[in-house]
Write a protein that binds this ligand. Structure first.
Ligand SMILES: Nc1ncnc2c1ncn2[C@@H]1O[C@H](COP(=O)(O)OP(=O)(O)OP(=O)(O)O)[C@@H](O)[C@H]1O
Ligand SMILES: [Mg+2]
Length: 364
């Protein structure tokens, strides 16, 4: 008797598994659910009838068959209704995805249906919002880049035409032309650096580096400009200071962008300082100036590409310096931010990871 029960149970299990496997080949969720439901109701019935026939010689139990058939029918209808509530939102999602792929960035779906399906709809809508933002940003980027590239080109063209028409001698314009070509070259370099940061193609040659050496080289580069404008510029560096784990050429670029900004926004007789100190497992670099400081909008926007405090000013930079600095700092795993100083003026700070060999020496 026990052997028979075991055989029936094993056979039921095997048949159930086989049907479940076959169900997965059915093309729609609706059909899979329906066949699952009917199987779940009929399989025990068949097993009971087979076992009953074997044990008692009776193969007819009309009541049992009727009850099992009714429950199989109810399960099939229920699963079809369930399939409909899952499939409705999925079909809407499919059609919205097709619209999005065809370029309709405003395609969205209602976030309804069972929790999991509503969560997928929510993620889809978020993806749509993000894509729309990215496309807007790209459109703006192209508009600003072409504007900033066109300005020096138009000026070069005007100078060449003046020379061609005999209105000026070539040597009158050589130095102005060189300035425009230098500005164009700098802009193209900045755009290239940003594109490499965006694509993740930038490779940082990380070394354990002394930040004071990088600060000294930056100061040498801007000394002449600072003294011409009577701006005091100094470095204040904590001692001892751990080595930083960074790409020296990239950190020089960040420092130069910040110090040039500070000089540009500091009036004559003002001062600029580069302050370097250790904190936790980082080296913190601050570029302070005694200029006008940052307004609320500047604090919000200054690290965005092509954003300039005063867009009406031309020839004063493209608004890429801080966007590049942020990209480079983040590629090192550091942070960059700006704040106003209590004593007036602004301060832009960034962090670099300290060398792993030296973090043990740092104050916590
Ligand atoms: N030290 C500062 N003090 C006041 N405002 C600043 C300072 N540094 C940056 N800003 C503001 O942030 C804006 C963006 O700076 P960013 O360095 O990205 O561009 P830029 O200096 O205008 O041009 P670029 O760096 O491409 O030559 C500046 O136009 C300016 O309005
Ligand atoms: Mg700048």
């Amino acid at each position: 008797m026990i052997a028979l029960a075991l055989i029936v149970a094993l056979a039921t299990l095997l048949v159930g598994l086989a049907i479940a496997m076959l169900c997965r080949r059915l093309p729609t969720v609706r059909m899979q659910l329906a066949v699952f439901a009917v199987t779940a109701a009929l399989l025990p019935l068949v097993a009971v009838i087979v076992a009953g026939a074997a044990m008692f010689g009776s193969s007819h139990d009309v009541t049992l068959v009727a009850v099992a058939s009714a429950s199989a029918l109810a399960a099939a209808v229920g699963s079809l209704a369930l399939g409909r509530s899952i499939l409705g939102p999925l079909l809407r999602l499919r059609s919205a995805s097709a619209d999005l792929a065809a370029g309709d960035l405003g395609a969205r779906v209602p976030e309804v249906g069972p929790e999991e399906v509503a969560a997928v709809a929510h993620s889809f809508n978020q993806m749509g919002d993000r894509l729309e933002e990215l496309f807007d940003a790209r459109r703006q980027l192209v508009a600003w880049a072409s504007h900033d590239l066109r300005t020096p080109l138009a000026s070069l063209q005007a100078m060449i035409e003046a020379v061609e028409d005999g209105l000026a001698e070539p040597q009158d314009y050589f130095s102005a032309m060189r300035d425009q070509v230098t500005a164009l070259g700098a802009l193209v370099d900045d755009l290239f650096e940003l594109a490499r940061l965006d694509s993740g193609a930038i490779t940082l040659e990380l070394e354990d580096t002394g930040v004071p050496g990088l600060v000294a080289s930056c100061l040498r580069g801007v000394e002449a400009e600072a003294s011409a404008r009577q701006i005091r510029i100094e470095a204040r560096i904590d001692d001892p200071l751990p080595l930083a784990r960074c790409a020296p050429d990239k950190v020089e670029r960040i420092l130069s962008n910040l110090v040039r900004n500070a000089l540009r926004h500091t009036p004559s007789d003002g001062s600029v300082a580069i302050v370097v100190r250790p904190r936790h497992r980082e080296v913190v670099v601050q570029v302070e100036d005694s200029g006008e400081g940052f307004g609320a909008e500047t604090l919000r926007m200054m690290f965005d590409r092509f954003w300039r405090g005063d867009r009406s000013r031309t020839g004063d930079g493209a608004g890429l310096g801080l966007a590049i600095a942020r990209g480079l700092v983040e590629a090192h795993g550091g942070r960059i931010w700006a704040e106003n100083r209590d004593e007036g003026g602004g301060r832009v700070c960034f962090t670099l990871p300290a060398s792993a060999d030296e973090t043990a020496l740092l104050p916590s």
